[in-house]
Ligand binder design. Structure first.
Ligand code: 5GP
Ligand code: ZN
Length: 113
């Protein structure tokens, strides 16, 4: 399957990982929307939030906890940050492999639209 994030997980697409464990990897967004823009991605191919099952509850929790740790490690946790998961066409999801955006390092505007 030609999924860019599976490519990063398997190493087929070389990238510098900021974090890696059995369940998730984290790396910098190729087109950052803020000084810090990190993606946290499950190692298994789950196409979107719509595919999540009850058994995946802890995986979503893990994505969030890893992102909080990265915000601390990268030094912007205190100033604040945003997490976002886009889902589907109207949710603005472009890459069909579940991912959590972690954005920080500038004042983000309050609009979600
Ligand atoms: P989405 O719109 O699906 O929520 O976000 C996809 C994000 O993935 C975008 O911010 C885009 O810049 C990023 N992205 C797409 N392809 C790649 C890639 O090959 N490498 C990295 N590091 N980021 C990517
Ligand atoms: Zn994938």
């Amino acid at each position: 399957m030609d999924c860019p994030f599976c490519g990063i997980v398997t190493g087929r697409i070389p990238s510098k990982l900021l974090y890696q464990d059995d369940l998730v990897v984290a790396f910098r967004d190729i087109s950052p929307q803020a000084p810090h823009h990190i993606l946290v991605v499950p190692t298994t191919h789950i196409s979107s939030l719509n595919e999540m099952k009850a058994k995946d509850e802890s995986l979503i929790g893990h994505l969030v906890v890893v992102a909080i740790d990265l915000a601390r490690r990268e030094g912007f946790a205190e100033n604040g940050y945003r997490m976002a998961i886009n889902c589907g066409r109207e949710g603005g999801q472009a890459v069909p492999h579940l991912h959590l955006h972690l954005l920080g390092g500038r004042q983000l505007n309050s609009s979600l639209g």
